[in-house]
Design a protein around this ligand. Sequence first.
Ligand SMILES: [Cu+2]
Length: 118
Amino acid sequence: MKFLGLVLLLAPAVAQEQTVRKPDRVISIVAERFTFNPSKITVKQGELIEFVLTSDDTDHGFRIPSAGIEVAIPQSSKGEARVRFIAKEQGTFTFECSRPCGAGHNLMRGTITVKRGL
Ligand SMILES: [Cu+2]
């Protein structure tokens, strides 16, 4: 217990906030050759988003280059990947598949539009 307390104390505040805080929104995305569904996502600035990522076919990946996020999405029926994202800045950000998955891999992308909160 003492050890756990020490670890939490030393963890960066942002990382702790991201793991302890309940997400403002949970967004499920299904990957399949060669699309993400949905592929256009709009969120409010400052929201803590948790993406739940599954595949309908083979292995895929989910990368948001501008946010330094990159996770593997396991193939169909092998579970899900979860990753959190705080929309800090307004704008439109691309996400893309990060595992070579076939001829249309380079087209497999989408956008996250971050709008000012109310
Ligand atoms: Cu791919």
